[in-house]
Design a protein around this ligand. Sequence first.
Ligand code: PLP
Length: 363
Amino acid sequence: MINFTVGPVQSDPEIREIGREDVPYFRTPEFSALMKENEEWLLKLANAPADSRVVFLTGSGSAAMECAVMNLFGPQDKLIVINGGSFGARFAKICDIHKIPHDEIRPEFGCGVTEDDLAAFAGKGYTGLLVNAGETSTGVLYDVEMIGRFCREQGLVLVVDAVSSFIADEMQMEQWGVDLVFTGSQKALALPPGISLLMMGPRAIRRAMEHETESLYFDVKDYLKNGERGQTPFTPAVAILIQLHRRLEKIFAEGVEKERARVRDLAADFREKIKDLPLEVLTKCPSNAVTSLHPTGTRADGTPVKATEIFSVLKDEYGIWICPSGGDLADYMFRVGHIGYLTTEDNDRLIGAFRDLMRRGIL
Ligand SMILES: *Cc1c(COP(=O)(O)O)cnc(C)c1O
């Protein structure tokens, strides 16, 4: 199979090889040293300010979403949630569950937020803002730098979900004023799912230390304390953390910009090659991580082609996974990811399959 989903994605064979080994015991100085390096590299990747820390959480990206919100905010807060798709909606749901007052900005489908959208929320007693840097359900990349300026002016704590955009798109924690940014292991880091990483700036750390979090597993105070000696409070997904170490080592050996350029060029190559296909790009400001597409063709019987059918036929007859969409949009759109161990030749195989589907009246 060739995997063009947005996670889990394909891993470098060298990283996969590590997954074949037995999982080692981890309360050792050797593992602690590896974790300290992981922390240092991740903070560098995020361009984090001095005195930032990383929380290594065993759980998928949604665990990081909930963990970030419940450790920094409570019923005394008032948050702005940018809700432009299913991941924005998840932030809102987390606020509901934890009884955190919030209001939503709902950008039009496939669009970013503007300074005017934010200006309407100025001076109204908000204390924080939650945004998915990349809203993976639509493929939109929000302008976090602009959002950061607004938050700075208004004194808001800024939490950024970069689960799919981390590495694929730029992240300048310090320059943009991001207090906490998190990602997951199975997106552009191209590791197995199971680990999420929360990069916390000094203000987020301070807030979390003063915050009473009603949870055993999700209280970051415990993680920050154990992290001082390169450990986690509970047994982590040890193997993935070792794979993470190898992956980061390789990224820094080759240069971070090179890895980002690889994803960006792969996305650009794909977007160029589909220009004459009956596929409408749905996003005005796309992340490098993913392209959202609406197939515009009609079938022999005059009905519109179906994204769900394209997904199934590619999977069952061509050995290719694209990323289906859920809910009301399932027949309307699908997505093609550009993260993970993919090449432009893989793009060519996908385009070739698309052309074949056109001949067969499926695309
Ligand atoms: C994938 C993703 C998540 C997390 O999803 P999990 O299935 O819990 O790993 C969160 N936010 C965004 C923007 C994502 O792309």
